[in-house]
Design a protein around this ligand. Sequence first.
Ligand code: BG6
Length: 510
Amino acid sequence: MQKIKPTVSGMDIICAEQPAGATGIVIFGASGDLTVRKIIPGLFDLYRRDLMSGNFYILGCGRSQITDEQFQKTAAESIEDEDSDKIKSFAAKCHFLTGGYDDSALYEQLGMRIDKLNKLHKVDGNLIYYLSVPPPLYPVIVQKLHDADLSCRQDPQEKRKVRLIIEKPFGHDLDSARQLNSVIASCFDESQIYRIDHYLGKETVQNILIFRFANTIFEPVWNRNFIDNVQITIAESLGVGHRADYYDKSGALRDIFQNHMLQMLALVAMEPPASFEANCVRDEKAKLLESIRPLEIEPWSADIIKGQYTTGIIEGKSVPAYRDEEGVAPDSKTETFVAARLYIDNWRWKNVPFFVRTGKQLAAKNTEIAITFKQVPHSMFVEAGLDDLPANVLIMQIQPAEGISLQFQAKHPGSKLCVGTLDMNFHYSDIFGVKMPEAYSRLLLDAMLGDQTLFNRYDSVEIAWKLLDPVLKSWRDNPTDPDFYPAGAQSFAAADSLIESAGRKWRPIE
Ligand code: BG6
């Protein structure tokens, strides 16, 4: 396939980036993996880019006996940057408080420590609680914060300043999500709650909105009259790593499909919001998710299939089967792959299939959204043997090679009727030449600014579980083995037949 490189000349870049004001950040579970891998580096990135006021502090909270100095050392070591002075001044703002999450004494001390640190770092009350702890602790911590009068739910003046960030998973089915939402809602107001889905912090995922709603040329064809099908792929080439214990109870449906996948689908398919304001965007996403047709889960009309990797070869290295991974039950039926055919029952999308799939240990890491348009209704080149002209395909490459490409037919130089598919590509790295900002930085900044647009509202979370609950129930009631695929595979028979029975083919994972 030939590549045409676009020229970007005279491009006006309009950026609206507002720095956050003075804030205190309390991280529950601060001795955990996420804090050093994502949260601290994400905050440092904002500090380095002057997107954070110099007046801030980070108060780690956890069961481990850690001193301020030890936490400062850990924080500094988690940052990769050449500016050691900057790292030093950042780390000096890190503190630690030890205590049991269910112990009221911790919250008493927390209140006093916050008061002290507010004074020390000149923070006037803006506060973020970040829950980076195992999900069973969410209700415990939230309730304790409320009981200790630290949630400010009832105080209209202070409420605006105190925010809660929660990591997924938000429940493990509809009932548990409702219970969690209800405990949280009794302790914090929805306007204080920031449910993180890190996919929404990715530049390329946010670009879906800009692409669709800041251009006029795509919107008129963005519907069932012109689009034949949409494919969304979240393929990973890694396995479960050290998270087997969590993953074996979760599986791909809960881990990725319920959140990242459905959120991307909502952005691709929702109606244009009236403004880029949190509730306008979240209303449209919720409406879209609500319009997804319930899945047919009977074996003879499967809209959804599951798979699990066995041993195979990835990048020349042999990798173990999922069931042989440390921490996985030897007869585990957990799915490491799931593919589904979804329909959206609304005016825009009626009967357009959305084929979605996600899996671990596949041939390559590749997240993309591919929109395949309808073929031309009539080929005028039939006599030259060109009666089956390929359709246009628009691909939004989310990662790792972030960009957009459009496939179209064009004349090749040579004989009068020489037609081929050309690929017009735009790569972020070619055009902007910079490292893509980390999803966590974006989301942390937005939370500090009080902008909930890129965070999940309680209703979207529940609607997504409502869609998947019957599938989870069916899998639980009929515990059969998933279909197996060798690690490193692009696809396998059950996944292929899901799409081929609808007369389409998966795009390669490469
Ligand atoms: C997480 C899942 O939410 O997303 C992981 O729990 C998955 O299992 C990860 O590996 C993928 O994120 P990314 O940004 O690497 O695509």
